[in-house]
Design a protein around this ligand. Structure first.
Ligand SMILES: [Zn+2]
Ligand SMILES: [Zn+2]
Ligand SMILES: [Zn+2]
Length: 289
């Protein structure tokens, strides 16, 4: 129940923060930047608290506070937790590191503390900060903290019925974020790994996809170069990337049958020419087919 309300409030704050983010980029109004920062910071805190709470309802509360207010600090009741004091941001980051050692990069957790500092400055002084710098910080916060948090909060997806509604929200928020930061230069497709409709293919100003990522299972392709792409046997576009981990290809043309329905393209390195065989056919070695 604690996780549910933390997550619900977190996602409300992400949504409000992104709304102000969009507004601020259009208006360049400091008040919009301020609301954006306040909401996205609150979202950060709540998302991380929700993640840590998955490891135990009492995990985000100060130990001495649990001892003071709970009959059994190891198994606190909901009512007792209302009276307990939760940990500060610094300790929250430590708990995140302890419970999820590989989910967040140290750069991501540093970003949380940076943004906490910005938020404190804002509360005590006026916001004297270059809007461009703030946009950069908040975009990194989203990429380095929100995305991994969304993914790990889907851990219990198969047996938690409330999760799928959240999953739809994660996808919607990701769309909103990309609409603001990439000026809509992205397409959405079905993920070849988890089969959710949550595989974001990002163009970011190029004529070919520069990266792709799934907001549900963490499948991703990064730093793509134009010469990495192979011709797709189904859609005919140079849009297939070989994924060694799955010994198969991913077609990043969002209109292709592979990226809409079928998933991975059967693909393997060709021993004849050093290129690739797709659907058991190599363009170099069997040109006549
Ligand atoms: Zn996926
Ligand atoms: Zn294709
Ligand atoms: Zn070949």
């Amino acid at each position: 129940m604690v996780i549910f309300s933390l997550l619900e409030n977190a996602l409300d704050s992400v949504e409000t923060g992104l709304m102000y983010f969009r507004r601020a980029r259009e208006s360049q109004d400091r008040r919009d930047y301020k609301q954006c920062l306040l909401n996205l910071f609150q979202a950060t805190e709540l998302l991380l608290k929700a993640a840590v709470s998955c490891r135990g309802a009492g995990a985000i509360f100060k130990p001495d506070s649990l001892i003071k207010h709970c009959t059994d600090p190891q198994a606190p009741t909901q009512k007792e937790l209302y009276r307990c004091i939760s940990v500060n941001v610094r300790d929250l980051c430590k708990l995140v590191k302890k419970h999820y050692p590989s989910a967040f990069t140290s750069q991501g957790l540093e970003m949380v503390e940076n943004v906490a500092q910005l938020r404190n400055n804002l509360q005590h002084f006026t916001l004297e900060i270059d809007p461009q710098y703030l946009v950069m910080q908040l975009s990194s916060l989203y990429r380095l903290v929100f995305r991994p948090a969304f993914i790990l909060l889907q851990e219990g997806e198969t047996n938690d019925s409330w999760n799928s509604a959240f999953r739809r929200q994660f996808i919607t928020l990701e769309k909103q974020f990309l609409e603001i930061t990439t000026y809509q230069e992205y397409e959405l497709a079905r993920c070849p790994v988890c089969s959710s409709w949550s595989h974001f293919i990002v163009y970011d100003g190029e004529s070919y996809p520069v990266s792709s990522h799934c907001i549900c299972c963490n499948f991703k392709l990064a730093d793509l170069q134009v010469w990495n792409f192979q011709m797709c046997p189904d859609c005919g576009w140079p849009s297939v990337i070989y994924v060694p981990e799955y010994k198969a290809g991913a077609c990043l043309a969002h209109t292709c049958t592979y990226s809409k329905e079928e998933g991975f393209v059967p693909m393997e390195p060709c021993s004849g020419c050093g290129g690739y065989r797709l659907e058991d056919h190599c363009q170099e070695c069997d040109p006549e087919e």
